[in-house]
Design a binder for this molecule. Structure first.
Ligand SMILES: [Zn+2]
Length: 100
């Protein structure tokens, strides 16, 4: 098993894929809890906030394993869904951003 599938496996096992679901707008914010910080993933535009993301894109033309993790979590429905109200959206986003 390579390094990437190991990392993917541990994310799946530990249910580290989180969907922050805002109502009533139904906005979705995906994060994965990493070793030190939380990464912000946008699966629709294939974006991840982690340090390895640009490197992988430049070097391998592939997104990092966090984006794969979100896709797999969706398929396997192994998602930790946390519901918020829309009023909390701004606070949530700024706390994610300061965490990056
Ligand atoms: Zn990433």
């Amino acid at each position: 098993m390579n390094e990437k599938s190991k990392k993917l496996g541990s994310i799946m096992e530990q249910n580290r894929v989180k969907l922050h679901f805002f109502e009533p707008s139904q906005r979705e914010v995906w994060t994965i809890v990493g070793k030190e910080k939380e990464h912000w993933i946008d699966p629709d535009s294939n974006f991840c906030s982690c340090a390895g993301f640009y490197f992988e894109m430049l070097k391998n033309k592939k997104p990092c394993y966090h984006i794969n993790s979100v896709q797999i979590a969706k398929q396997e429905k192994k998602i930790d869904v946390i519901k918020f109200s829309d009023e909390e959206f701004d606070d949530f986003i700024s706390s994610v951003l300061t965490d990056l």
